[in-house]
Design a protein around this ligand. Structure first.
Ligand code: S3P
Length: 428
């Protein structure tokens, strides 16, 4: 069902407490299910992706209770998981599918995993191949490239693996398998991807060393249940950081934003583009530090986004592209070919949809080039079932002259179910 958004170019003013981080929420349930005993989680994201992760572990007969954004996990530990009679359904979630692949490879169970149409097109061999080097038995379409995937768990041995792409999902799948493997698993990253798995391994009592992009983990370690406090998702906050910077006469205060340095590339880009923004850190020493970020209407200039910063803002590129349409001069985004294998091809989706609103934007092989500032007008947009394309369209509607129609706004619930409530709360 399509949704029509007509906002008449409002000011945006007020506070938003950003919902839980998607990456950390997934991992909290996974680690709580690996650990024997009780784990409690606060600030869990009730997005569809993370609920899929809970559902998968419930099918493995892990006891998980959800009470608002608090989650309690009582697990018998990996060896106590029950072989499921049903298929594990991962929906739209790449993180669930890829990390579970690593985890399930080292069990004694036979499992089958599948997801929605988007998951069915996303590459899984980037995970299956290194797992096979560890001894995993994985079968699927095109030699394990695509779901449905069948996994026959068994004994694993450690590998020393040089990452061919910057991907925390690949790194994490290998590390999760590494917990069960004989020997020391080593993952070498040329460009550092998000490190939530490494941080959470430590929170659950495991020893993991990280030095110059080399992560090492001794197999056979047991994890101990603990409390996980999920920070707000900077990838969700990003939509409002951009909204505050580009809407007229606006000031938005975003609370509880996770500022893990492997995720905070958007803040660097906003600063470089001249955004009026301040960051007040809550507790630097938390496992996942958070901050209150204030953003105001800003005079923006174009910039180049490339190289090592790309993994630190990969999910924010759709909204950075919208930001760039309102900045003076040229913005170049490159080294971002990973965008082609996200929930949809995000280079094509961003360029096609922003063009419909009048943006001056062209696709390149590994990114896009945007020339601004351009006033945006209304139009009918496709989300491609991709939550971040949907939210980019909705934020564009806030500054557009005219109605913006989204073909499927429901997909936004994948990562930000309260997104439209939060917009409505700050409209002035
Ligand atoms: C994620 C890693 C990133 C990111 C995704 C979440 C994670 O994917 O885009 O939204 O939780 O590990 P890649 O590993 O494919 O880069």
């Amino acid at each position: 069902m399509s949704t029509t958004l007509q906002y008449s170019q409002p000011s945006l003013r007020g506070d938003i407490t950003v919902p839980g981080d998607k990456s950390v929420s997934h991992r909290s349930v996974m680690f709580g299910s690996i650990a024997e005993g009780k784990t409690t989680v606060s600030g869990f994201l009730l997005g569809e992706d993370c609920l899929r992760t809970i559902d998968c572990f419930q099918k493995l007969r892990v006891d998980i209770e959800v009470n608002g954004t608090d989650v309690t996990i009582n697990s018998p530990g990996i060896d106590g998981w029950t072989e499921p009679k049903e298929v594990l359904y991962t929906g739209n979630s790449g993180t669930t599918t890829r990390l579970m692949l690593g985890l399930l490879s080292g069990t004694k169970l036979h499992t089958i995993m599948t997801g929605d149409a988007s998951i069915g097109k996303r590459p899984m061999r980037r995970v299956a191949d290194p797992l096979r080097l560890m001894g995993a038995q994985i079968a699927g379409r095109d030699n394990g490239q695509y779901t449905p995937l069948a996994i026959q768990g068994g004994p694993l041995k450690a590998i020393d693996y040089k990452m061919p792409v910057a991907s925390a999902q690949v790194k994490s799948a290998i590390l999760l398998a590494g917990i069960r493997a004989e020997g020391t698993t080593v993952v070498r990253e040329e460009e550092i991807s998000r490190d939530h798995t490494e941080r959470m391994l430590r929170q659950f009592g495991a020893t993991v060393t990280v030095e110059d992009g080399v992560v090492s983990l001794q197999g056979g370690q047991t994890l101990t249940g603990t409390h996980v406090n999920v920070p707000g998702d900077i990838s969700s906050a990003a939509f409002f950081l951009v909204a505050g910077a580009i809407a007229k006469n606006s000031r938005i205060v975003l609370k509880n934003v996770g500022i893990n340095e492997t995720r905070d590339g958007i803040l660097e880009v906003l600063q470089k583009m001249g955004a009026k923004m301040s960051v007040a850190i809550d507790d630097e020493n938390a496992a996942e530090p958070t901050a209150t970020i204030t953003i105001e209407t800003s005079d923006l200039k174009g910039t180049t986004v490339e190289g090592a910063i790309i993994p630190r803002l990969i999910d924010e590129i759709p909204i950075i592209a919208l930001l760039a349409t309102q900045a003076a001069g040229k913005t170049i985004i490159k080294d971002a070919e990973e965008l082609k294998v996200k929930e949809t091809n995000r280079i094509d989706a961003v360029v096609n949809e922003l063009k419909k609103l009048g943006a001056n934007i062209e696709a390149t092989d590994d990114g896009m080039v945007i020339e601004g500032p351009t006033p945006l007008h209304g139009g009918s947009l496709r989300t491609y079932g991709d939550h971040r394309i949907g939210m980019m369209g909705a934020i564009a509607a806030l500054i557009a002259d005219g109605e913006v129609e989204l073909d499927d706004a429901d997909c936004i619930a994948v990562s930000y179910p309260t997104f439209f409530d939060h917009i409505n709360n700050i409209l002035k």
